[in-house]
Design a protein around this ligand. Structure first.
Ligand code: RP5
Length: 160
């Protein structure tokens, strides 16, 4: 089995519609990753074990997506020294503003790199994880730069 470098965790299976975009982006860049449902409030023991063991299992970055009162990224960051990237999932009640504010507003000392609400945040979390990994992986750095160049090439010069 290929060693996963990025762990994508989410508070509920209902977050997968959003977080699958992070997984797809990592896959497009050839970055081995794993996906788990880990809820801060429904499965706190699972979260504790996941965060505590993550670095020792060889993970380098954790992407954590959650919605509503979104404790998951902050709690994960509290229990690992790995970089944690938080994705606020768009909630029904408050359109993800609750998720965003509860993830972004960490007290000084325990950082969570917070991305945009929803699909753009999930994609960018994967790209940021790739950029972090690329600092010590020249091949991945080339992949990432090629991906960015292809994106630039795909932008039309005129609206059609
Ligand atoms: C959070 O509550 C999850 O991250 C999810 O975004 C939200 C709703 O979860 P479900 O009620 O759909 O399982 O824990």
């Amino acid at each position: 089995m290929i060693q996963p470098l990025v762990g994508i965790i989410m508070g509920s299976s209902s977050d997968w519609a959003t977080m699958s975009h992070a997984a797809e982006t990592l896959a497009a860049l050839g970055i081995p990753h794993e996906t788990r449902v880990v809820s801060a409030h429904r499965t706190p023991q699972r979260l504790y074990e996941y965060a505590q063991l993550a670095a020792g299992r060889g993970l380098k970055v954790i992407i954590a997506g959650a919605g509503g009162a979104a404790h998951l990224p902050g709690m994960a960051a509290a229990m690992t020294h790995l970089p944690v990237l938080g994705v606020p999932v768009e909630s029904k009640a408050l359109s993800g503003m609750d998720s965003l504010l509860s993830i972004v507003q960490m007290p000084g000392g325990v950082p969570v790199g917070t991305l945009a609400i929803g699909k753009p945040g999930a994609i960018n979390a994967a790209l940021l994880a790739a950029a972090i990994l690329a600092l010590s992986d020249p091949e991945l750095s080339s992949h990432l730069q090629a991906w960015r160049a292809a994106q630039s090439d795909s932008v039309a010069e005129t609206p059609e």
